[in-house]
Ligand binder design. Structure first.
Ligand SMILES: [Zn+2]
Length: 316
């Protein structure tokens, strides 16, 4: 995917905002809560299989409750479990050890891991809930800066105006009005996107809490959510840019007296059938054709997610 400067600027800002407000704090909470320091202290005095078990319990690789060890058993962990007297139960695919025969260090390690882990999950959820309530203020504090996006659109428009030898009438006031319009359109989009990301991360953290609450899977699930969020941010940056670009062109050409355009697709195999039908046809900016059969939405080229069609202005 090749990004134009208008898309790149929006993408960078949306991603940075979500990273900074949602994901970095979540990872930091998980990271600082990981019982590394406790592990090291306890493990220092432990040796051999005891050390192996403590490490496995603290990192959440295995868990002990109601006489059963669950988790992932490497050969090292398995032999350490046999050393404390645990027996492998094929049916449960787990090691069992009667609590009466279980050494106290296993209980205490298991309990402190569970406590720290539950606290970390809880803290992340609290952070996400705080974010949800302060989202409006956070967005107002850190609005998307549309200047470089609008500058790019202005340059693009001036090039076309020059080619068509039409008067470039975009005044400073018009450009300022376009900037306000664009910022006003982006703000609710960023808000909804951030709120959605917070919600889905909270679901992931909750799910991890109920399925063993392991630190390793907690970090993994935050990472996975971040990946999904990043690719959604790309789609949003692209869609919002092309939608606004078409608003921009409609206004700019309108001011220059251009009312109609010829629809032009990207001309490759990825063009939507609906848009292929309009290729080469002439439309009024004020009366665009249907661009999405399913919803009946009308629009000028570019006003649809991932649409790469463009308008070729016509001089009357
Ligand atoms: Zn298209």
């Amino acid at each position: 995917m090749k990004w134009n400067a208008a898309e790149a600027s929006i993408l960078k800002q949306i991603t940075r905002f979500i990273r900074r407000t949602v994901f970095v704090p979540a990872v930091m909470i998980a990271d600082t809560s990981t019982p590394q320091t406790v592990t090291q202290k306890q493990v220092l005095n432990a040796t051999g299989p005891e050390e192996v078990l403590l490490d496995a319990l603290f990192t959440g690789k295995i868990e002990y409750s109601d006489g059963v060890f669950t988790g992932s058993f490497s050969s090292k962990i398995s032999s350490a479990l046999r050393w404390v007297g645990a027996k492998f139960d094929k049916r449960r695919a787990a090691y069992v050890l009667n609590p009466a025969d279980c050494p106290p260090f296993v209980f205490s390690a298991s309990a402190s891991f569970k406590m720290l882990s539950a606290q970390a999950h809880q803290k992340i959820k609290e952070h996400l809930d705080d974010l949800t309530t302060s989202l409006d203020a956070l967005i107002a504090e850190d609005p998307i800066d549309v200047d470089s996006s609008i500058e790019w659109m202005t340059r693009d428009y001036r090039d076309v105006a020059e080619q068509l030898a039409i008067r470039n009438v975009l005044s400073h006031d018009s450009i300022e009005a376009l900037k306000r319009d664009y910022a006003d359109r982006l703000s609710p989009v960023v808000k909804k996107f951030t709120a959605d990301s917070i919600r889905s991360l909270r679901v992931a953290v909750d799910k991890n809490a109920t399925s063993g609450a392991r630190f390793t899977t907690l970090i993994d699930s935050i990472q996975t959510r971040y990946g999904v969020t990043k690719s959604r941010a790309e789609l949003i940056a692209q869609t919002e840019t092309s939608t606004f670009m078409s608003v921009f062109r409609e206004k700019a050409f309108g001011e220059s007296g251009v009312k109609r355009y010829r629809w032009q697709t990207a001309g490759d195999g990825r063009v939507r059938d609906e848009h292929q039908n309009w290729d080469g046809k002439i439309f009024y900016y004020s009366d665009p054709p249907v661009i999405d059969q399913a919803s009946g939405t009308r629009g000028n080229p570019g006003q649809f997610p991932r649409c790469r069609c463009i308008d070729r202005p016509i001089l009357d």
